[in-house]
Design a protein around this ligand. Structure first.
Ligand code: RB5
Length: 146
């Protein structure tokens, strides 16, 4: 499979290894990866990394984002503070597909201390391979944006 979609990745220190695994996995599928770090395992603050990825998506520099921290929760909260971002934390593939299909999520958040690499990559695949269904769901997404 190939895709010309650009995906921005960011994490905190707790999720560097999983972020790199996600980068390799989706690069091999033909996605263009914009990995904005961090590059070391030094302790850092997840809000700034969530905000940075979110701003890339809103600016149109990436089509979608995947962000990671220990639980996926804190970085998701930060990303959702950026207007235009709809980010959900997923620990299962069904939710990952549904946040695209029904909620038009533009960022997926993963918890590196919650899901193993194998499941995480399946969650990523579910998220990236699902399109927004529109229709009645668009009305509801518009309500979120309003
Ligand atoms: C870092 O220790 C941890 O708090 C962070 O990765 C994340 O789980 C926060 O939501």
């Amino acid at each position: 499979m190939t895709s010309n979609k650009r995906i921005v990745l960011s994490s905190d220190h707790a999720a560097i290894d999983l972020r790199r695994a996600v980068a390799d996995h989706i690069s091999a599928q033909g996605y263009e990866v914009l990995d904005i770090g961090p590059t070391t395992t030094e302790s850092t603050h997840y809000p700034k990394h969530g905000q940075a990825a979110a701003e890339r998506v809103v600016a149109g520099e990436a089509d979608l984002g995947i962000i990671l921290c220990g639980t996926g929760q804190g970085i998701m909260m930060a990303a959702n503070k950026v207007k235009g971002i709809r980010c959900g934390v997923c620990s299962d593939t069904f939710s990952a597909a549904m946040i695209r299909a029904h909620n038009n999520a533009n960022i997926l958040s993963l918890g590196a201390r919650v899901v193993g690499e194998g499941l995480a990559l399946e969650i990523v695949d579910a998220f990236l391979s699902t399109e927004f269904e529109g229709g009645r769901h668009a009305t509801r997404v518009d309500m979120i944006e309003a």
